[in-house]
Write a protein that binds this ligand. Sequence first.
Ligand code: SF4
Length: 359
Amino acid sequence: MGVGLRSHVSPMATPEPSVTRPPTPAPHGSPAPAAVSLRHDWTVAEVKALHELPLLDLVYRAQTVHRAVWKDNKVQLCSLLSIKTGGCPEDCAYCPQAARYDTGVKAEKLMQVGSVLESAKQARAAGATRFCMGAAWREVKDGPQFDAVLDMVRGVKALGMEACCTLGMLSESQARRLKEAGLDAYNHNLDTGESHYGDIISTRTYQDRLRTLGHVRDAGIEVCSGGIIGLGESIEQRCEMLVTLANQPKHPESVPVNALVAVEGTPLEGQRRVDFTELVRMIATARLVMPASMVRLSAGRLQLSEEAQLLCMMAGANSIFFGEKLLTTANPGFTDDMALLEKAGVTPLEPAVDKPVAQ
Ligand code: SF4
Protein backbone atom coordinates (compact mmCIF):
# COMPACT_ATOMS: atom_id res chain seq x y z
CA MET A 1 0.00 0.00 0.00
CA GLY A 2 1.31 3.43 -0.88
CA VAL A 3 1.79 4.85 2.57
CA GLY A 4 4.50 6.91 4.15
CA LEU A 5 7.09 9.21 2.76
CA ARG A 6 8.18 8.86 -0.78
CA SER A 7 11.45 10.07 -2.12
CA HIS A 8 9.49 12.37 -4.41
CA VAL A 9 6.35 14.38 -3.88
CA SER A 10 3.53 11.90 -3.68
CA PRO A 11 0.21 12.26 -5.48
CA MET A 12 -1.45 12.24 -2.05
CA ALA A 13 0.71 15.09 -0.77
CA THR A 14 -0.87 18.45 0.00
CA PRO A 15 0.74 21.39 -1.80
CA GLU A 16 3.13 22.30 1.05
CA PRO A 17 6.69 23.19 0.24
CA SER A 18 8.89 20.13 0.22
CA VAL A 19 11.81 20.00 2.56
CA THR A 20 15.22 19.63 1.05
CA ARG A 21 18.79 20.05 2.09
CA PRO A 22 21.94 20.12 0.04
CA PRO A 23 22.97 16.58 -0.85
CA THR A 24 25.68 15.17 1.37
CA PRO A 25 28.05 12.40 0.40
CA ALA A 26 26.04 9.23 0.84
CA PRO A 27 27.50 6.71 3.25
CA HIS A 28 28.82 3.51 1.69
CA GLY A 29 27.78 4.60 -1.79
CA SER A 30 24.03 4.57 -1.09
CA PRO A 31 22.05 7.15 -3.06
CA ALA A 32 21.63 10.58 -1.48
CA PRO A 33 18.07 11.08 -0.24
CA ALA A 34 15.81 13.28 -2.35
CA ALA A 35 13.05 15.71 -1.41
CA VAL A 36 10.51 14.62 1.18
CA SER A 37 6.93 15.81 1.13
CA LEU A 38 5.07 17.13 4.15
CA ARG A 39 1.54 15.81 4.43
CA HIS A 40 -1.40 16.94 6.53
CA ASP A 41 -3.92 14.34 5.41
CA TRP A 42 -2.78 11.20 7.19
CA THR A 43 -5.26 8.54 8.17
CA VAL A 44 -4.92 6.34 11.24
CA ALA A 45 -4.86 3.26 8.99
CA GLU A 46 -1.91 4.63 7.00
CA VAL A 47 0.04 5.56 10.10
CA LYS A 48 -0.70 2.20 11.71
CA ALA A 49 0.57 0.43 8.59
CA LEU A 50 3.87 2.26 9.00
CA HIS A 51 3.99 1.59 12.73
CA GLU A 52 3.54 -2.13 12.09
CA LEU A 53 6.34 -2.51 9.54
CA PRO A 54 9.07 -4.97 10.55
CA LEU A 55 11.13 -2.96 13.04
CA LEU A 56 14.31 -2.70 10.98
CA ASP A 57 12.39 -1.72 7.83
CA LEU A 58 10.65 0.98 9.83
CA VAL A 59 13.94 2.26 11.27
CA TYR A 60 15.56 2.20 7.82
CA ARG A 61 12.73 4.24 6.29
CA ALA A 62 12.73 6.69 9.18
CA GLN A 63 16.51 7.13 9.02
CA THR A 64 16.33 7.70 5.25
CA VAL A 65 13.76 10.46 5.71
CA HIS A 66 15.71 11.84 8.66
CA ARG A 67 18.87 12.21 6.57
CA ALA A 68 16.93 13.92 3.81
CA VAL A 69 15.85 16.68 6.16
CA TRP A 70 18.24 16.99 9.08
CA LYS A 71 21.98 17.33 9.48
CA ASP A 72 23.49 13.97 10.22
CA ASN A 73 24.71 13.09 13.67
CA LYS A 74 23.25 16.12 15.41
CA VAL A 75 21.08 16.03 18.49
CA GLN A 76 19.52 18.99 20.26
CA LEU A 77 20.25 19.10 23.96
CA CYS A 78 17.40 20.59 25.97
CA SER A 79 17.41 21.19 29.66
CA LEU A 80 14.12 21.12 31.56
CA LEU A 81 13.64 22.80 34.93
CA SER A 82 10.59 22.60 37.14
CA ILE A 83 10.11 26.24 38.13
CA LYS A 84 6.93 25.50 40.10
CA THR A 85 6.66 21.98 41.41
CA GLY A 86 3.64 20.04 42.69
CA GLY A 87 0.24 21.02 44.01
CA CYS A 88 -1.42 20.92 40.59
CA PRO A 89 -5.25 20.84 40.65
CA GLU A 90 -5.46 18.68 37.49
CA ASP A 91 -5.96 14.89 37.54
CA CYS A 92 -3.56 13.59 34.85
CA ALA A 93 -3.39 9.93 35.84
CA TYR A 94 0.36 9.63 35.19
CA CYS A 95 1.51 12.74 37.01
CA PRO A 96 3.17 12.78 40.44
CA GLN A 97 2.62 16.55 40.62
CA ALA A 98 -1.18 16.31 40.84
CA ALA A 99 -2.14 17.44 44.35
CA ARG A 100 -4.79 14.72 44.64
CA TYR A 101 -2.29 11.82 44.46
CA ASP A 102 -0.07 10.83 47.36
CA THR A 103 3.28 10.60 45.61
CA GLY A 104 5.61 12.36 48.03
CA VAL A 105 6.00 15.37 45.69
CA LYS A 106 5.54 18.50 47.82
CA ALA A 107 3.92 21.65 46.50
CA GLU A 108 6.50 24.40 46.15
CA LYS A 109 6.32 28.08 45.29
CA LEU A 110 7.38 29.53 41.97
CA MET A 111 11.18 29.77 41.91
CA GLN A 112 12.88 33.15 42.01
CA VAL A 113 13.94 34.56 38.64
CA GLY A 114 17.61 34.68 39.73
CA SER A 115 17.69 30.98 40.71
CA VAL A 116 16.10 29.96 37.41
CA LEU A 117 18.67 31.94 35.44
CA GLU A 118 21.47 30.41 37.52
CA SER A 119 20.20 26.94 36.50
CA ALA A 120 20.00 28.07 32.87
CA LYS A 121 23.64 29.21 33.00
CA GLN A 122 24.69 25.84 34.41
CA ALA A 123 22.72 24.02 31.70
CA ARG A 124 24.35 26.19 29.02
CA ALA A 125 27.80 25.49 30.46
CA ALA A 126 27.01 21.75 30.28
CA GLY A 127 26.10 22.04 26.59
CA ALA A 128 22.32 22.61 26.55
CA THR A 129 21.09 24.96 23.82
CA ARG A 130 17.42 25.05 24.82
CA PHE A 131 16.11 25.76 28.29
CA CYS A 132 12.58 24.69 29.08
CA MET A 133 10.75 25.92 32.18
CA GLY A 134 7.82 23.89 33.49
CA ALA A 135 5.18 24.97 36.02
CA ALA A 136 2.61 22.59 37.49
CA TRP A 137 -0.32 24.88 36.76
CA ARG A 138 -3.70 24.11 35.23
CA GLU A 139 -3.48 27.38 33.34
CA VAL A 140 -1.56 30.63 33.36
CA LYS A 141 -3.07 33.42 35.45
CA ASP A 142 -2.20 37.03 34.74
CA GLY A 143 -0.38 38.68 37.65
CA PRO A 144 3.00 38.81 39.39
CA GLN A 145 3.77 35.10 38.83
CA PHE A 146 3.24 35.33 35.09
CA ASP A 147 5.27 38.57 35.07
CA ALA A 148 8.10 36.67 36.77
CA VAL A 149 7.91 33.93 34.11
CA LEU A 150 8.18 36.62 31.42
CA ASP A 151 11.35 37.89 33.15
CA MET A 152 12.71 34.33 33.16
CA VAL A 153 12.09 34.07 29.42
CA ARG A 154 13.90 37.38 28.80
CA GLY A 155 16.77 36.23 30.99
CA VAL A 156 17.16 32.89 29.20
CA LYS A 157 17.16 34.65 25.83
CA ALA A 158 19.83 37.05 27.08
CA LEU A 159 22.01 33.98 27.74
CA GLY A 160 21.80 33.10 24.05
CA MET A 161 19.65 30.01 24.60
CA GLU A 162 16.33 29.01 23.09
CA ALA A 163 13.57 29.52 25.65
CA CYS A 164 10.66 27.15 26.04
CA CYS A 165 7.85 27.06 28.63
CA THR A 166 5.22 24.57 29.67
CA LEU A 167 2.73 26.29 31.95
CA GLY A 168 -0.63 24.69 31.19
CA MET A 169 -3.45 26.33 29.26
CA LEU A 170 -2.85 29.80 27.80
CA SER A 171 -5.09 32.57 26.53
CA GLU A 172 -4.45 34.40 23.28
CA SER A 173 -3.11 37.50 25.05
CA GLN A 174 -0.82 35.46 27.32
CA ALA A 175 0.63 33.72 24.27
CA ARG A 176 1.29 37.12 22.70
CA ARG A 177 3.03 38.38 25.83
CA LEU A 178 5.25 35.31 25.92
CA LYS A 179 6.15 35.91 22.29
CA GLU A 180 6.99 39.55 23.03
CA ALA A 181 9.26 38.39 25.86
CA GLY A 182 11.15 36.30 23.29
CA LEU A 183 9.74 32.82 23.91
CA ASP A 184 10.78 30.42 21.14
CA ALA A 185 8.59 27.42 21.91
CA TYR A 186 5.67 26.38 24.08
CA ASN A 187 5.13 22.81 25.17
CA HIS A 188 1.60 21.51 25.58
CA ASN A 189 1.31 17.78 25.01
CA LEU A 190 -1.76 16.04 23.65
CA ASP A 191 -0.66 13.15 25.88
CA THR A 192 -2.53 10.41 24.01
CA GLY A 193 -5.08 9.72 21.27
CA GLU A 194 -8.38 11.57 21.65
CA SER A 195 -10.33 8.34 22.15
CA HIS A 196 -8.17 7.42 25.17
CA TYR A 197 -7.86 10.92 26.61
CA GLY A 198 -10.94 10.71 28.86
CA ASP A 199 -9.44 7.67 30.65
CA ILE A 200 -6.35 9.70 31.57
CA ILE A 201 -7.57 13.25 32.28
CA SER A 202 -11.02 14.48 33.24
CA THR A 203 -10.30 18.04 34.35
CA ARG A 204 -9.87 19.49 30.86
CA THR A 205 -10.73 18.36 27.37
CA TYR A 206 -8.81 17.49 24.24
CA GLN A 207 -10.35 20.56 22.64
CA ASP A 208 -8.92 22.71 25.48
CA ARG A 209 -5.50 21.36 24.58
CA LEU A 210 -5.92 22.04 20.89
CA ARG A 211 -7.19 25.56 21.63
CA THR A 212 -4.02 26.38 23.59
CA LEU A 213 -1.91 25.01 20.75
CA GLY A 214 -3.85 27.29 18.39
CA HIS A 215 -3.10 30.36 20.55
CA VAL A 216 0.58 29.41 20.63
CA ARG A 217 0.68 29.00 16.86
CA ASP A 218 -1.23 32.24 16.24
CA ALA A 219 1.21 34.16 18.43
CA GLY A 220 4.09 32.97 16.24
CA ILE A 221 5.62 30.73 18.92
CA GLU A 222 6.90 27.30 17.91
CA VAL A 223 4.67 24.44 19.00
CA CYS A 224 6.10 21.59 21.03
CA SER A 225 3.50 18.86 21.42
CA GLY A 226 3.65 15.11 21.72
CA GLY A 227 2.60 12.50 24.19
CA ILE A 228 3.27 9.55 26.40
CA ILE A 229 3.10 5.87 25.53
CA GLY A 230 2.34 3.22 28.12
CA LEU A 231 -0.88 4.80 29.47
CA GLY A 232 -2.90 1.71 28.61
CA GLU A 233 -3.67 2.94 25.10
CA SER A 234 -3.88 0.74 22.02
CA ILE A 235 -1.49 1.00 19.07
CA GLU A 236 -4.34 2.53 17.13
CA GLN A 237 -4.69 5.23 19.78
CA ARG A 238 -0.95 5.97 19.59
CA CYS A 239 -1.34 6.41 15.84
CA GLU A 240 -4.45 8.52 16.38
CA MET A 241 -2.38 10.98 18.41
CA LEU A 242 0.26 11.17 15.67
CA VAL A 243 -2.45 11.80 13.10
CA THR A 244 -3.91 14.67 15.16
CA LEU A 245 -0.46 16.25 15.42
CA ALA A 246 0.50 15.69 11.78
CA ASN A 247 -2.83 16.91 10.41
CA GLN A 248 -2.60 20.31 12.13
CA PRO A 249 -2.27 23.12 9.56
CA LYS A 250 1.44 23.14 10.42
CA HIS A 251 3.35 20.27 12.01
CA PRO A 252 4.57 20.99 15.55
CA GLU A 253 8.22 22.04 15.41
CA SER A 254 8.93 19.65 18.31
CA VAL A 255 7.30 16.33 19.11
CA PRO A 256 8.29 14.85 22.48
CA VAL A 257 7.81 11.10 22.72
CA ASN A 258 7.69 9.97 26.34
CA ALA A 259 7.50 6.51 27.84
CA LEU A 260 5.48 6.39 31.04
CA VAL A 261 7.56 6.46 34.20
CA ALA A 262 5.02 4.81 36.51
CA VAL A 263 5.16 6.63 39.84
CA GLU A 264 3.85 5.11 43.05
CA GLY A 265 0.72 6.86 44.26
CA THR A 266 -0.56 7.76 40.79
CA PRO A 267 -3.48 5.81 39.27
CA LEU A 268 -1.06 4.40 36.69
CA GLU A 269 1.49 3.12 39.22
CA GLY A 270 0.86 -0.49 38.16
CA GLN A 271 1.28 -0.01 34.42
CA ARG A 272 3.75 -2.35 32.75
CA ARG A 273 7.00 -0.86 31.59
CA VAL A 274 7.10 0.14 27.93
CA ASP A 275 9.42 -2.09 25.90
CA PHE A 276 12.16 -0.13 24.12
CA THR A 277 10.97 -1.39 20.73
CA GLU A 278 7.63 0.37 21.33
CA LEU A 279 9.47 3.63 21.85
CA VAL A 280 11.58 3.06 18.73
CA ARG A 281 8.43 2.36 16.69
CA MET A 282 6.71 5.50 17.96
CA ILE A 283 9.75 7.68 17.26
CA ALA A 284 10.27 6.23 13.77
CA THR A 285 6.58 6.67 12.91
CA ALA A 286 6.63 10.26 14.20
CA ARG A 287 9.71 10.91 12.04
CA LEU A 288 7.93 9.54 8.96
CA VAL A 289 4.72 11.50 9.39
CA MET A 290 6.39 14.74 10.55
CA PRO A 291 9.75 14.74 8.75
CA ALA A 292 10.79 18.29 9.60
CA SER A 293 9.81 18.23 13.27
CA MET A 294 12.31 17.78 16.02
CA VAL A 295 11.44 14.40 17.56
CA ARG A 296 12.39 14.39 21.20
CA LEU A 297 13.29 11.27 23.16
CA SER A 298 11.92 12.41 26.50
CA ALA A 299 10.81 10.73 29.74
CA GLY A 300 11.73 7.10 30.23
CA ARG A 301 15.27 7.42 28.89
CA LEU A 302 16.77 6.24 32.17
CA GLN A 303 15.14 2.85 31.54
CA LEU A 304 16.89 2.54 28.18
CA SER A 305 20.28 0.98 27.55
CA GLU A 306 22.82 2.97 25.55
CA GLU A 307 22.10 0.68 22.60
CA ALA A 308 18.37 1.38 22.81
CA GLN A 309 18.99 5.15 22.98
CA LEU A 310 21.14 4.97 19.86
CA LEU A 311 18.46 2.94 18.10
CA CYS A 312 15.97 5.71 18.98
CA MET A 313 18.36 8.23 17.36
CA MET A 314 18.67 5.94 14.36
CA ALA A 315 14.87 5.96 14.19
CA GLY A 316 14.86 9.75 13.96
CA ALA A 317 15.07 11.14 17.49
CA ASN A 318 17.14 14.29 17.25
CA SER A 319 16.56 15.88 20.61
CA ILE A 320 16.98 14.72 24.16
CA PHE A 321 16.30 16.18 27.56
CA PHE A 322 19.58 16.69 29.23
CA GLY A 323 20.07 16.89 33.00
CA GLU A 324 19.71 14.72 36.04
CA LYS A 325 16.01 15.52 36.57
CA LEU A 326 13.07 15.69 34.25
CA LEU A 327 10.67 17.81 36.32
CA THR A 328 10.32 15.37 39.23
CA THR A 329 11.60 12.08 37.77
CA ALA A 330 15.20 10.96 37.31
CA ASN A 331 17.02 11.27 33.98
CA PRO A 332 20.51 10.15 32.88
CA GLY A 333 23.28 12.45 34.19
CA PHE A 334 25.24 14.96 32.04
CA THR A 335 28.39 12.87 32.14
CA ASP A 336 26.71 9.68 30.95
CA ASP A 337 24.94 11.56 28.16
CA MET A 338 28.10 13.29 26.96
CA ALA A 339 30.00 10.00 27.02
CA LEU A 340 27.32 8.30 24.93
CA LEU A 341 27.16 11.14 22.39
CA GLU A 342 30.94 11.19 22.11
CA LYS A 343 31.13 7.43 21.54
CA ALA A 344 28.53 7.76 18.80
CA GLY A 345 30.15 10.83 17.20
CA VAL A 346 26.98 12.84 17.78
CA THR A 347 27.32 16.58 18.36
CA PRO A 348 24.86 19.19 19.67
CA LEU A 349 22.46 20.74 17.22
CA GLU A 350 22.78 24.53 17.26
CA PRO A 351 19.66 26.68 17.64
CA ALA A 352 18.70 28.60 14.53
CA VAL A 353 21.56 27.07 12.53
CA ASP A 354 20.62 23.43 12.24
CA LYS A 355 16.92 23.90 11.47
CA PRO A 356 15.30 22.13 8.53
CA VAL A 357 15.24 24.23 5.40
CA ALA A 358 11.47 24.72 5.41
CA GLN A 359 8.40 23.50 7.16
S1 SF4 B 1 0.73 16.84 33.86
FE1 SF4 B 1 0.75 19.05 34.23
S2 SF4 B 1 -1.41 19.60 34.30
FE2 SF4 B 1 -1.35 17.37 34.56
S3 SF4 B 1 -1.31 17.08 36.81
FE3 SF4 B 1 0.81 17.13 36.09
S4 SF4 B 1 1.48 19.25 36.33
FE4 SF4 B 1 -0.77 19.23 36.40
